[in-house]
Design a protein around this ligand. Structure first.
Ligand code: GUN
Length: 290
């Protein structure tokens, strides 16, 4: 079994990005600038956004964090987005999800200017992705593709099962895995909460991407020997032995599944750091207008 080391790979990507930033500055260009809007005080969201801001510093980007209170109205949030759309200083920005329940997420995403949509969530970005046109690819699926690419994992003609159909991960991931490209050219099956006889699908999969949001959902009796397993899940579980008071688990029962597969991502240190590296890479593209 080979561990797909997202931490090491993302550090590699970050140093490549940092070199590109040095070149931009040497050539008299503008330093890339990412902004993030965080609404409310959800602990996990705050941790993710802080990690994104810290990663910007590491590669030499400017970053701006806009923190809005939980009770922010939809109109106020839309106004903040419109300001970022018009601010030439900002190359790209994200609105951290989930949003408080009183805010219409769809309307918020549709307000983001597509040329600054470095999360790749706007319908125009998703539509281009589905058509195989160049666009910002949402950070988690893009990070997974990059991990497959950098470990030279064969994908052509393989059976790929995507567990989960979210707009952020499962849906774009499934499209990317059947695209006529590398990584891609898979025969893709999307399974979800209403799938019957799930095991029949997962046992036939060469590559399984698990983004179902249930702790340690994928067990060893659900996969075939030698499968490639990508774990998108992240769950906090109380753990008194840790300084933080919690440990992180994925959607995969890592301890048992890892014994049976050829490649697997750990949690933490797998998909998570790759997501951040992809966001930086999208921001660099926005800065260079490519
Ligand atoms: N919430 C969970 N993942 C993401 C992400 O990739 N981007 C944003 N904006 N919110 C998220």
């Amino acid at each position: 079994m080979i561990l797909l080391d997202g931490k090491k790979t993302s550090n590699h990507i970050k140093s490549e990005i940092a070199s590109e930033v040095d070149k931009i500055i040497e050539d008299g260009g503008k330093r890339p600038h990412l902004a993030a809007i965080l609404v409310g005080s959800d602990g996990a969201s705050r941790t993710y956004v802080n990690a994104k801001v810290k990663a910007c510093e590491k590669v030499g980007f400017h970053s701006t964090l806009i923190e809005l209170p939980e009770k922010t109205s939809e109109e106020e949030l839309i106004k903040s987005i419109e300001e970022l759309n018009e601010n030439d200083n900002i190359d790209g920005f994200i609105v951290q999800l989930p949003l408080p329940r009183h805010i219409n997420e769809k309307r918020v995403i549709e307000t983001i200017e597509p040329t600054k949509d470095v999360d790749g969530f706007h319908p125009s970005s998703v539509g281009k992705l589905a058509l195989g046109l160049p666009t910002f690819i949402s950070a988690t699926p893009n990070g997974i593709l990059e991990l497959l690419r950098r470990y030279n994992i064969e994908t052509e003609g393989k059976n790929c099962v995507v567990l989960g159909r979210s707009n952020i991960v499962g849906s774009p991931m499934s499209i990317l895995m059947y695209q006529k490209a590398y990584p891609g050219n898979c025969t893709v099956t999307v399974c979800h909460s209403r799938t019957k006889n799930l095991k029949e699908f997962t046992l036939n999969a060469d590559i399984i991407i698990v983004a179902i949001g249930k702790k340690e959902f994928l067990k060893e009796d659900m996969i075939k020997e030698g499968a490639v397993v990508i774990d998108v899940g992240i769950h906090r579980v109380p753990d008194a032995s840790k300084k933080s008071g919690f440990a992180l688990k994925g959607d995969v029962d890592f301890e048992n599944v890892s014994k049976k597969c050829s490649y697997i991502t750990p949690v933490p240190g797998g998909v998570g750091p790759m997501t951040i590296a992809s966001l930086l890479s999208n921001t660099l593209k926005a800065n260079l207008r490519i």
